[in-house]
Design a protein. Structure first.
Length: 255
């Protein structure tokens, strides 16, 4: 076999390999783009992806399509302790803004609520203290970031969401969470981003835990939240230790 024949054969093999590589890249790109830019959940529900959405509630409250710190519905965004407006590397009672005279071990994750009282906190406590951070620019990070028309949802606003919408465990762009579909059939996606205790991200993909703007009326160390895990059939309103890092889904009044 002469040199020109060998050269031609090598060129043909090279072209075939390049074509095969191009085809593989094209298929992979289409799969990634399909996952990243699809507007439908795994169950086929169209998800709103931009700004704030009117879900058709009687109050006219608009719900954000993304968490604070996220640019897309499936992103977790930023974690905040209740009433704080900055992201931290660690979430402990020792570095919580409202804690007074607390004596905890550095790595203690939980505290018995029956052992805390109003005197353990400086500003927010059920009897005689403040009980809501809604719209307060110093403590409501949604108002701070998005302006006075926006705020962390109140317990009443979540109750309206709970009563007026259907909630479906689902996936969006490969992320586990809940689809919330309002009376007008528009839907938002709430990812299961877990929570932060200390420096650890816990229960990612298993638990939804988002702050509401109200302090718990019974436990001084707790604030109201909306929650979901695999043991529950639906989102519920609950309370959680306010030193923990949780996600926030802002709302605003309809113009």
């Amino acid at each position: 076999m002469d040199y020109s024949t060998i050269k031609k054969k090598n060129e043909q093999q090279c072209k075939r390999r390049l074509f095969l590589l191009f085809y593989i890249c094209l298929i992979a790109t289409s799969i990634v783009l399909g996952q990243n830019f699809s507007q439908n959940s795994k169950s086929g529900i169209k998800i709103e992806t931009k700004g704030f959405v009117d879900l058709g509630f009687p109050s006219g409250t608009l719900w954000a399509t993304c968490n604070i710190g996220a640019s897309r519905p499936e992103e977790y965004g930023e974690y905040y302790a209740w009433g704080e407006t900055h992201v931290k590397s660690e979430y402990y009672w020792e570095n919580y803004f409202d804690t007074k005279d607390y004596v905890f071990q550095r790595h203690q994750q939980y505290v018995n609520s029956n052992e805390t009282g109003n005197d353990d906190f400086m500003m927010y406590y059920p009897e005689g203290g403040r009980t809501s951070i809604k719209g307060n620019i110093s403590y409501d990070v949604a108002t701070l970031k998005y302006g006075k028309t926006c705020h962390i949802p109140s317990e009443e606003e979540f109750k309206e969401l709970y009563v007026e919408s259907s909630m479906i465990p689902d996936e969006f762009r490969g992320v586990v969470g809940i689809v919330v579909q309002g009376p007008n059939r528009k839907a938002i996606f709430i990812p299961a981003g877990g929570k932060k205790i200390g420096h650890d991200l816990l229960n990612e993909g298993d638990i939804i835990l988002y702050w509401l703007s109200d302090l718990d009326s019974y436990f001084p160390d707790g604030a109201r939240c909306f929650a979901y895990d695999k043991q529950r059939l639906n989102l519920i309103y609950d309370y959680y230790y306010r030193s923990a890092g949780c996600l926030i889904r802002p709302v605003k009044a309809k113009p």
